[in-house]
Ligand binder design. Structure first.
Ligand code: DX5
Ligand code: ZN
Length: 226
């Protein structure tokens, strides 16, 4: 299982250094948490395309950057993130009217399309999109902030997506990446990996907990190797 840092709980005055530190620790996938001050329950604002453009300039063309759009207008604003240099747009099924159309737009713009669902959204809301998606993101916290407690009750949803993706691939279809986001640390990383997760988003567990990013990443890798 791969680990990608959530860019949300960073000290934004130190963002460049944090990105450099993560890259030096061998991280190549970066998860940019975009909030518009409206869509998430606690009405937080984080950042928009301008900061992502700076991150792309800092990280260079080789890095993989996704943006997790926790916004009301993903169907109108997705192209700003493409212009800013993301490789993938991950939008909420709860916030998008016409998801198939959004996937089509993203693919024609040459970027990958991800769909994310909240802890209380059933898998049935996303399953019909599986043949076209490049990634499914299962939230294991309620979107809005970092440092929240992991919600183990999403296990059934993760396992259902794992089984559906595996049978889709066996039938010759796409194999979307299965990602989890929220409350992932070294003590539960092996659990979600066993559930079938390909990539875990880790915010506070990499960036804010004691230790450097490299040390925190190492403790997750050690937990996975057990
Ligand atoms: C929450 C974000 C998550 C969060 C993860 O709305 O989507 O990416 O920042 O942070 P931790 O790992 O601290 O839960
Ligand atoms: Zn996120």
């Amino acid at each position: 299982m791969e680990v990608t840092p959530s860019i949300l709980t960073v000290d934004f005055c130190e963002l460049g250094r944090t990105l450099d530190e993560a890259a030096a620790a061998g991280i190549n996938w970066f998860h940019m948490d975009v909030m518009d001050g409206n869509w998430v329950v606690n009405k937080t604002i984080t950042f928009g395309p301008a900061l992502i453009r700076s991150a792309r300039e800092r990280l260079g063309p080789e890095a993989f950057i996704d943006c997790h759009l926790m916004v009301n207008n993903a169907e109108e604003s997705w192209d700003q993130y493409v212009d800013a240099g993301v490789d993938m747009v991950i939008a909420h099924i709860e916030a998008v009217e016409d998801f198939p159309r959004l996937i089509e737009n993203l693919h024609s713009a040459g970027v990958q399309a991800g769909c994310v669902l909240n802890p209380d959204t059933p898998v049935e809301a996303v399953m019909p999109l599986l043949p076209e998606l490049d990634l499914v993101l299962v939230m294991s916290v309620v979107p809005g902030k970092g440092g929240q407690s992991f919600m183990p009750e999403v296990e059934g949803k993760v396992r259902a997506f794992r089984a559906a993706i595996d049978s889709q691939e066996e039938a010759g279809g796409k194999s979307p990446i299965l990602m989890i986001d929220g409350g992932i640390k070294d003590h539960n990383a092996a659990t979600v990996s066993e559930w079938g997760i390909d990539i875990a988003v880790v915010g506070s567990g990499l960036i804010n907990d004691s230790g450097t990013i490299a040390e925190n990443l190492e403790s997750i890798h050690l937990a996975l190797a057990k």
